[in-house]
Design a binder for this molecule. Structure first.
Ligand SMILES: [Zn+2]
Length: 435
């Protein structure tokens, strides 16, 4: 093991390591302290404390689905300012197996990530197997309603009942079953600082009747998750405390969302309640801020709120304004691998002929490693030549762009300049035209 790698994990972090990673003495319990609050009383900055360090919110969490942020080293992920990494329980359960991650000392130790970690419950993955799920839909769904929607050309690989979900592995076709208890056992073995309750994921295409049934089912599962969480936490006292977030469903219906949030906020099982909340389910882009606002109004102010799966700049402003604290999304790294890069003047494709002789950075204002050392022309060449470094450099840039955007939003809130920054940033991003 080389010295620099040991240093990053050990007691002497180099200066460029995010200060949030510097551990204090003694055990650190989970907690959240809000500070600056927007005039609407919902949007806020704050600090989440975990056993593996602090997260200053609002914050974008890098996605490392299979215990790796694809194409980049954990040192890169630290260097671009990401404060936490989120991995996926479904993928790690199938491969390599959550028992192996447990034996390695948990997700962070296994992947050489010293900071805070999240795992999602696996619910979205098992329930969307073979089904045309998309997180944010920029379309009118008011005239579409179907409880059994399946993407064209796909077969349904998962079946939901009141006890859990039976699904077929995308790797080898084997049959598996997730229940609230199974998801919590897997997530305790994975050992992330923040876990999510196992919930039913519906689509915007489901009927109102089905959404009601689903919210009741998710609430019943939430109680089972808390009970399983308590038993596992007591049995595994040798491990650092893992926080559990309940997930608010209810699709686009105000009464369902508010009721789901209130019921989860009130839920307590033998002294255990949720440490924070996830805002789940598909969202229509035009309603995103409104829905986050309904939920934030019902949830306790002193617990953090995570919004799953958004990556567009206007969505961050809308969600943060209405009270969301942390975010994750695979999109910045996924689109990077397809040569789509963000800039202050909009997203563009560095693969197009316009960039063949562009000896300028992706974004002149970006402070990332890629923009400091490489040109659009070089990235254009790497993508055309199908070189692996293309994915690495583009991922570093895109992840930095989104992490920095959310960091800049946090700074603007602390300075009392949120609305001015929002107008300026979104004006340039959506009204400029890149080549
Ligand atoms: Zn950059």
């Amino acid at each position: 093991m080389s010295n620099w790698s040991a240093d990053l994990r050990g007691d002497h972090p180099p200066d460029w390591v995010n200060p949030a990673f510097r551990k204090g003495p003694g055990p650190v319990d989970f907690g959240f302290t809000p500070d600056a609050v927007l005039p609407n009383g919902l949007g806020r900055t704050g600090v989440i404390r975990t056993p593996h360090g602090e997260i200053r919110t609002p914050a974008f969490v890098a996605v490392g689905t299979k215990a790796t942020v694809k194409a980049v080293l954990p040192e890169h992920v630290q260097g671009l300012g990401a404060q936490a990494v989120l991995a996926n329980a479904y993928h790690l359960y199938l491969q390599p197996g959550s028992d192996i991650v447990d034996a390695a000392g948990g997700l962070g130790a296994f992947m050489n990530w010293p900071g805070p970690t999240f795992t999602d419950s696996g619910g979205f993955q098992v329930m969307s197997l073979g089904v045309g799920f998309k997180k944010v839909l920029a379309m009118d769904t008011s005239r579409v309603s179907d409880d059994d929607v399946i993407a064209e050309g796909k077969t349904r690989l998962a079946r939901v009942d009141d006890d859990g979900v039976t699904f077929t592995s995308h790797l080898d076709g084997s049959q598996h079953r997730f229940t609230p208890e199974a998801s919590l056992r897997i997530q305790h073995e994975l050992g992330a600082d923040i876990m999510f309750a196992f919930d039913e994921c519906t689509t915007l295409f489901n009927t109102r009747d089905y959404q009601e049934l689903s919210v009741s089912r998710t609430h019943a599962w939430a109680g089972r998750c808390l009970r399983a969480h308590r038993e596992l936490a007591l049995a595994r006292k040798h491990r650092p405390y893992q926080a559990l977030f309940g997930v608010v469903q209810g699709a686009q219906f105000e009464d369902l969302r508010r009721r789901a949030a209130r019921d989860l906020a009130d839920l307590e099982v033998e002294g255990y309640s949720f440490d924070g909340y996830g805002i789940g389910g598909a969202l229509e882009k035009q309603n995103l801020g409104t829905i986050v606002g309904w939920v934030s109004e019902e949830l306790p102010f002193h617990k953090p709120r995570h919004l799953l799966g958004i990556s567009e700049p206007d969505d961050f402003f809308a969600a943060i304004e209405m009270g969301a604290d942390t975010f994750d999304c695979v999109s910045p790294s996924r689109v990077a691998r397809n040569a789509a890069v963000y800039s202050r003047t909009g997203r563009f494709n560095v693969n197009t002929a316009a960039h063949r002789r562009a000896f300028v950075p992706i974004d002149e204002e970006c402070d990332c490693y890629t923009c400091a050392h490489y040109t659009r022309a070089y990235l254009h060449h790497l993508f055309k030549a199908k070189e692996m470094l293309a994915a690495t450099l583009a991922t570093i840039h895109n992840e930095r762009f989104i992490v920095r955007l959310v960091d800049d939003i946090r700074a603007s809130m602390q300075a009392g300049e949120f609305f001015a920054f929002k107008d300026e940033f979104l004006g340039r991003y959506y009204e400029s035209r890149e080549p």
